[in-house]
Design a binder for this molecule. Sequence first.
Ligand SMILES: NC(=O)C1=CN([C@@H]2O[C@H](COP(=O)(O)OP(=O)(O)OC[C@H]3O[C@@H](n4cnc5c(N)ncnc54)[C@H](OP(=O)(O)O)[C@@H]3O)[C@@H](O)[C@H]2O)C=CC1
Ligand SMILES: O=C(O)C1=N[C@H](C(=O)O)C[C@H](O)C1
Length: 267
Amino acid sequence: MKIGIVGCAGRMGRMLVQAVVNQDGAELAGGTEMESSPFIGHDPAVVAGEVPCGASITSDADKLFADCDAVIDFTIPAATVEHAKLAAKHNTNLVIGTTGLSADDQAIIAEAAKSVTIIQAPNMSLGVNLAFAVTEKVASMLNDEWDIEVVEMHHKHKVDAPSGTALGLGRAAAAGRKVNLDEVADKVRDGHTGERKKGDIGFATLRGGDVVGDHTVIFAIEGERFEITHKASSRVIFARGAVTGALWTGKADAGLFDMQDVLGLKE
Ligand SMILES: NC(=O)C1=CN([C@@H]2O[C@H](COP(=O)(O)OP(=O)(O)OC[C@H]3O[C@@H](n4cnc5c(N)ncnc54)[C@H](OP(=O)(O)O)[C@@H]3O)[C@@H](O)[C@H]2O)C=CC1
Ligand SMILES: O=C(O)C1=N[C@H](C(=O)O)C[C@H](O)C1
């Protein structure tokens, strides 16, 4: 399968290039960066620390989508929505790892997924996708006397908060409780907030150093706490998951899927 990587010189972009060139059945067809990037014209495999693959990084996403069976996108929301439109235009499958997307961005992705296969997940690791499933199950077994809080920590360069994974864990907890996360989420606390509202799902965001990604869901009641924790120590887990997803698109119908579909965690 010919796979392209948009944003191929980014933190995740380089890991994705490494994962593609080392994956049987996958061929790196090329990569993009913004026109202003110092990496334009460089070989994406060399930028990622691998042996040359003979391709050059360009800013021509239209051509990359035309040349590929699937494209993997870990960039920024403004770029991801344009990539979703290109996926539909060229009938090229798409794997989206970008987080921080708005409801309007999601609508554009859903429209594109009417004609191509799109996998979108805020976290491509097996461990976090298990945590999504376990969180939903535990939340469904506990009443709302149990307070639910989601705590996450990431590296100092991360630009969106709470993380996509933290929001995903909040959505899983809300689904378990059969409530809408938008109606119960408490994302920022500052000053005299008053007492915690029963039924809320709270979020706390930490940023610092080089933390790859730590997430904990806390279920707290008077006398005890139950916690579900995942800690990522390498971005390789996200990259390998995304490439598994790209290969999976080759045998799937058009539609919008997530990593729980790819990993068979919904059966
Ligand atoms: N789903 C998952 O499993 C994971 C998701 N993520 C998410 O992935 C995203 C990227 O994270 P990370 O790699 O750390 O961020 P980086 O900033 O390191 O990488 C993003 C890359 O995309 C490039 N870019 C921006 N706009 C375009 C464009 N229009 N065309 C091509 N390239 C573009 C950036 O270029 P420039 O630097 O010049 O701006 C940069 O090289 C984030 O949203 C993050 O939350 C991260 C890890 C795991
Ligand atoms: O920006 C990151 O680095 C990460 N982002 C994702 C998120 O927002 O959940 C996934 C992972 O935790 C790393």
